[in-house]
Design a protein around this ligand. Structure first.
Ligand code: ADP
Ligand code: MG
Length: 682
């Protein structure tokens, strides 16, 4: 008997070769096989007597083949026909381009024949049927057969064998504490039944129950974990006293070059309420690209500084950190607030001088990159931690930064447009504020998707706009040519454009492998308008703010995620001029086409995110392991929102009736099940 934790190679009949193929599907141990759910189910209909076949749809019959098979050739196609009979009638089976069919079936053997029925010349035909030997046990009732996503070298049977072994493991009969709670609070089927029916559904109903049970427990586990973190780690009291009195903050708001949008106003009020609550703030600020999150951060930073505390803001790239430095210095220039920047590329002497000023309390606002989380970065009195573009950081990084003060307030900002339902799940441990409206006067960005045949026209258009004084980004997936990925590289495109379509125009190349100083210089020259066109990788994705840039061309657009395309598009349309986003793609994949079409028709990041979820499911969209977000195996918070609500309610009810020790026990169980170890380390 196996255990769920056994490696695949320990299963009899599985050698190193198969085992390494399983690894390609992320199946390392038997438990992974249990969670390797079918991609779809094929419906095997119960067999019908031939006389009852109607003129369309899928049918299954049990019959033998009679007479001589025929193969005809027409228009480069071969058509092979054999007549099948049972004791109620006969029907012709035909296959296209499979002449071998004529010789493989025996007379007088009963076959199970399944395929699409069509009517031709008033006669019924089954086209391209699948043939198996008939087995009464198997074929007398409707059946759902699992179909798994495979990799070359593995068959459906290989997977089924492994899954069967997993289903036999005795652990499946044991219910954990949370399994019992789920069963008790919902009456859903048992864990074992759920796994059995997800792989081998006894009926469509049973399959649906199994699905619900598995989805429910994914939501339930995450919900309990998040509540636990919220109730224990996040509900600490705060001894950071922030003064949000009008007299303290008025001059900042009066100094702003523009009115706050209603959303900015609301979110700032949320933050001030948190400051006054006596508890530590744990807030996620969500706002689409360009919605003005920096200003919200500035208001918080100002208020904290004027209350006598230090604060820090961490950005995922050096480019963005520098830009924040510039923006915040300008927004806060009228006040005696000392702002500095710390990044990894500074030299040691510079760094240690900054660290010293920070430890002495001379710096009020410390802006920086990952460099901020080093051990020797010490604050004198840290009151607020802001992490910008949260989606780019692992949970660990934000946790380390937070640990640099007693219990500083914490605020995350993210432009990854996460639908509200999903945000509640993914960031259940944080309170959520959403910036819904955009600053006034923005024009929608015109977005087009074209094939590479139109490249010349695209770049002629770019050249024309540049001659009018505007600037362009041109984005490639790759830095240099790759032997495995079929996409144009930034280096190749750069030299091609320079000598071709964009000859005579100031054009530069920007990517992550350049030296920091060089990157800075290139970006600086673009911001100043000296450089007119920038060929870049997605390095420009986050935060870069050049008002005069009005065109972004994205090559091999199908290779980017929707959220990423939306971020990239957000680099233009920041000023008052009409902006354009041109997606170049030759994909003939339907899903990819739908996604690009979503970019063309939708402007709002949240709508795009919902579309993306609908098309691909959250696991794909938020490729979460690297983002530190939890991942779902089966649940889709958009499609399964009812179950999500149900699971939330149940989780809350269950938690209410638990004492502290029980709560801890079940939370730890849920966390480990959710592979949520990165959550609890926060
Ligand atoms: P993001 O939310 O993407 O971080 P930013 O904070 O960079 O957005 O703001 C985008 C642009 O909008 C900036 O140029 C900023 O000056 C401008 N902006 C922000 N708030 C307002 C406002 N209330 N009115 C007008 N412009 C604003
Ligand atoms: Mg920003």
């Amino acid at each position: 008997m196996h255990k769920l934790t056994d490696k695949t190679i320990e299963v009899k009949g599985i050698g190193p070769k198969k085992s390494s193929l399983f690894k390609k599907l992320d199946i390392y141990i038997l438990e992974d096989a249990l969670h390797y759910y079918p991609r779809e189910y094929e419906k095997y209909k119960a067999v019908l007597p031939i006389s009852q076949i109607r003129s369309s749809g899928d049918v299954s019959i049990s019959a033998s083949f009679m007479g001589r098979p025929r193969t005809r050739y027409a228009k480069g196609l071969s058509i092979t026909s054999i007549v099948a009979v049972d004791n109620t009638g006969k029907v012709e089976c035909t296959w296209f381009n499979q002449p071998f069919r004529a010789s493989i079936y025996k007379q007088d053997v009963l076959y199970y024949i399944r395929g699409k029925i069509i009517k031709r010349n008033n006669k019924l035909q089954i086209q391209n049927p699948i043939i198996e030997e008939y087995c009464a046990q198997e074929h007398t009732r409707d059946k759902l057969v699992p179909v798994y996503k495979l990799t070359r070298g593995l068959t459906q049977t290989d997977l089924q064998r492994l899954i069967n072994k997993a289903l036999e493991c005795p652990e499946l009969d044991k219910n954990s504490y949370s399994d019992l709670l789920i069963k008790k609070s919902t009456g859903f089927v048992s864990k074992k039944d759920a796994y059995t029916n997800i792989h081998y559904p006894a009926s469509e109903d049973q399959l649906e129950y199994a699905r619900q049970r598995l989805i429910f427990s994914e939501f339930f586990n995450l919900q309990v974990s998040a509540q636990y973190i919220k109730n224990t780690i996040n509900s600490r009291t705060s001894d950071v006293k922030i003064n949000t009195d009008k007299a303290n903050i008025e001059s900042f708001f009066n100094s702003l070059p523009y009115e706050l949008t209603p959303s900015q106003d609301k979110v700032i009020k949320n933050i001030f309420n948190d400051f006054n609550s006596g508890k530590v703030m744990n807030r996620m600020i969500q706002g689409d690209v360009g919605s003005g999150k920096t200003l919200v951060a500035a208001a918080a930073l100002y208020t904290v500084a004027f209350s006598g505390y230090q604060s820090t803001m961490m950005a995922p790239t050096e480019l963005l950190a520098k830009q924040h430095m510039k923006t915040l210095s300008s927004l806060l220039k009228d006040f005696r607030i000392h702002i500095e920047l710390l990044t990894g590329s500074m030299n040691a002497a510079e760094k240690s001088a900054i660290k010293e000023r920070l430890a002495n309390g001379k710096i009020d606002i410390m802006i920086g990159t990952h460099a901020l989380i080093q051990d020797d970065v010490i604050f004198k009195s840290l009151g607020l931690v802001i992490s910008d573009e949260q989606q780019r950081f692992g949970v660990r990084e934000r946790a380390v930064l937070r640990s640099k003060g007693g219990a500083p307030h914490f605020m995350a900002m993210s432009a990854t447009p996460i639908p509200r339902t999903l945000a509640h799940i993914l960031y259940g441990d944080l309170d959520l504020s959403v910036i819904k409206d955009m600053p006034p006067g923005r024009r929608p960005i015109k977005t087009y998707c074209v094939s590479s045949k139109l490249r010349e026209r695209v770049y002629r258009f770019v050249k024309n706009r540049v001659k009018q004084g505007e600037q362009a980004y041109i984005v490639c997936q790759l830095i240099e040519e790759s032997s495995t990925i079929d996409a144009i590289s930034a280096e190749d495109l750069y030299s091609e454009l320079k000598q071709g379509y964009l000859m005579g125009i100031e054009i530069r190349l920007l990517h992550g492998r350049l030296e920091t100083n060089e990157k800075d210089l290139i970006m600086e020259e673009f911001l100043q308008g000296k450089t007119k066109a920038l060929v870049a990788t997605s390095i420009i994705e986050v935060g870069v703010d050049a008002e005069n840039a009005t065109i972004i061309v994205i090559e091999n657009a199908e290779r980017f995620g929707l959220a990423q395309l939306h971020q990239l598009r957000g680099r233009v349309g920041r000023g008052v001029k009409q902006s354009y986003c041109i997606l170049i793609s030759d994909t003939d994949d339907d899903l990819a086409k739908d996604r690009l079409q979503a970019m063309v028709s939708l402007a709002n990041g949240f709508e795009i995110a919902e579309k993306d979820l609908e098309l691909r499911g959250p696991g794909q969209v938020y490729g979460s392991r690297q983002h530190g977000l939890p991942e779902f195996r089966m649940a889709n918070p958009i499609k399964d929102s009812k179950l999500f609500m149900l699971a939330s309610k149940n989780a809350e009810r269950v938690i209410k009736n638990l004492d502290k020790i029980e709560f801890r026990k079940i939370a730890e169980e849920c966390l480990s099940k959710h592979q949520g170890t990165d959550i609890i380390s926060d």
